[in-house]
Design a protein around this ligand. Structure first.
Ligand SMILES: [Zn+2]
Length: 117
């Protein structure tokens, strides 16, 4: 398992406010550049008081159980998983991470498969 501090310049990480969910409420989000494919950014909205993934009618999710409020001390639970729609058929990027105490822990089932033309 590879670990990268959120403050590592390669992640270009920042905490932003985004309008999210069915009600477009402002919530904090962790934004970072994908460490697997280096080709896109991820936005992970999160909110205090949400015990698990919060589900919305439009299918969006946000993460609960935050602690800390800066790149140096942020923890989000549970893990975050994002993958290309065609990853299971052998194309694209899969990112599976924990964010704990200001560090991104990249799990071993993350990976990159080359896009086919
Ligand atoms: Zn990626």
């Amino acid at each position: 398992m590879k670990t990268i501090p959120l403050t590592d310049p390669s992640l270009e990480a920042e905490i932003r406010t985004v309008n999210y969910g069915a009600d477009r409420e402002p919530v904090p989000a962790l934004r970072f550049w994908c460490p697997i494919c280096d080709d896109h950014a991820h936005y992970v909205p999160y909110e205090s008081g949400v015990a698990q993934h919060g589900s919305f009618p439009n299918g969006q999710h946000r993460w609960g159980n935050p602690s800390g409020s800066t790149l140096e001390d942020l923890t989000l639970a549970p893990s975050y998983l994002a993958q290309s729609p065609r990853y299971d058929r052998g194309e694209g990027c899969r990112l599976h991470i924990f964010v704990r105490d200001g560090e991104m822990q990249i799990l071993g089932d993350s990976g990159m498969k080359p896009f086919k033309e």
